[in-house]
Design a protein around this ligand. Structure first.
Ligand SMILES: Cc1ncc(COP(=O)(O)O)c(C=O)c1O
Length: 406
């Protein structure tokens, strides 16, 4: 299933200590333990590809870091990437620069809804969805996903009921933390229900370019004319090319009235001015990145396969939800029968790993932990070996206490 020739190495261990990376600095801040293996925040441990680093160096070599203008090449790169990867026609006027996807979500909440309005999300889901709705004094309306023990699905009865309380629905496409790629049928369903209920769909597609082999992530606006006219799409090269610190994202808004309202706000507040490296690095990623990205995706898939087999054979009480996209794996740990506090302590204090607490994605995430496998295989193997030691000790303790109580 390899989409490419193997010509990049993702095995290199890049030292991140003393680089002010949040993934490292957060260990002390949140766990009070700098020695944990960091497998939490969603950036990867692979070296950012040379074509991006070089584009930034070339900018520096020009000698003056003055105010940048948004170049035509930025529009052209996005337009051809969307055509090539998603078979979607986008025009220049439909693109708006935004300084990060979460900020884009905030801008859309502020421009398209009023205080108190309902905004629907499908937890367990990327926690800033909930946080930004709350912080902007809108009402979070939950439509929890159904978990069947393997995968997450839309609860259609809940969706149709709860959507009536809302003006906006924030879709995570693909889903984080579940790793689900929504099918065309599911997206058409969302489109139909939202359109009929006059609810705007905001589709966060930050992970969309990392569809794993055999999957294809569909841009929400491409499923129908109503989806096109009733949506704001957010995209970025940040996750796919491991450059989230650059903050170079964009909105695709086909509908003129929605676009005018959004643009009036972002331009009026000068949020649509990219910094000097924002444009050049996106252009480098989209114009030169396809082959690197395909290799990276194959590497992630191998990590996921390795992890899946490791858990199946050695730690069957931890069950990974197999991702269809991206490098985040939601681990179903319910069979360990630990409280969420105990689960967090087990991973950090016993196994020496820093993972995201499943509960941060909503109460539906209780019993889960999220593991970032965007790292060299050696790091993943060390982490799993360490987890296995803690798991074996835990199982032995349970056996002893069961035999005492028998
Ligand atoms: C679904 C999703 N949206 C948005 C973001 C963050 O995007 P940004 O850093 O551009 O705000 C993340 C980061 O993990 C994410 O997983």
């Amino acid at each position: 299933m390899c989409k490419c020739e193997e010509k990049f190495s993702f095995d290199e261990i890049v030292e991140r200590k003393n680089t002010d990376a949040i993934k490292i600095e957060g260990l002390k801040l949140f766990w009070n333990n700098e020695n944990l293996i960091p497998m939490w925040v969603a950036d990867m441990d692979f070296r950012t590809p040379d074509f991006i680093l070089n584009s930034i160096k070339e900018k520096c070599n020009e000698g003056i870091l003055g105010y940048p203008a948004c170049p035509e090449s930025w529009y052209d790169a996005i337009i051809s990437w969307m055509k090539k990867k998603c078979n979607v026609e986008v025009s220049k006027k439909e693109l708006v620069f935004i300084p990060g996807i979460v900020k884009g979500l905030i801008f859309s909440i502020q421009t398209m809804t009023d205080i108190g309005d309902g905004v629907m999300i499908m937890p367990p889901v990327y926690h800033p969805f909930r946080i930004t709705i709350n912080n902007n004094k809108r009402t979070v309306v939950n439509c929890p996903l159904i978990y069947d023990g393997n995968q997450f699905f839309i609860d259609k009865a809940c969706f149709e009921k709860e959507i009536k309380k809302c003006r906006m629905f924030i879709l995570c496409n693909p889903h984080n933390p579940g790793g689900r790629i929504w099918s065309r049928e599911e997206l058409e369903y969302i489109d139909k229900v939202c359109y009929e209920n006059n609810v705007l769909v905001v589709s966060d597609e930050i992970h969309a370019d990392i569809a794993l082999p055999g999957y294809n992530c569909i841009t929400f606006s491409s499923v129908s004319e109503t989806a096109k006219q009733n949506s704001i799409i957010f995209r970025a090269p940040s996750k796919a090319f491991n450059m989230p610190g650059i903050m170079s994202s964009y909105a695709i808004i086909h509908n003129e009235a929605i676009r005018d309202r959004f643009k009036e706000y972002v331009s009026g507040n000068e949020f649509d001015c990219g910094h000097i490296f924002a444009y050049t690095s996106l252009v480098a990623a989209y114009n030169h990145g396809e082959s690197w990205l395909n290799s990276m995706i194959d590497y992630i898939q191998k990590n996921v396969d390795f992890l899946e087999e490791y858990f199946r054979e050695k730690m069957p009480d931890i069950k990974p939800v197999i991702p269809q996209a991206s490098f985040l794996v939601f681990l179903d740990c319910k069979a360990l029968n630990l409280s969420q506090k105990e689960l967090n302590s087990f991973f950090a204090d016993k196994a020496g790993l820093a993972l995201n607490d499943g509960e941060m994605f909503g109460e539906e995430g209780i019993g889960f932990m999220r593991m970032n496998v965007g790292c060299p295989k050696e790091i993943l193997k060390t982490a799993l070996d360490s987890l296995y030691v803690a798991y074996s000790e835990l199982k032995a303790e349970i056996e002893i206490s069961e035999s005492v109580n028998a």
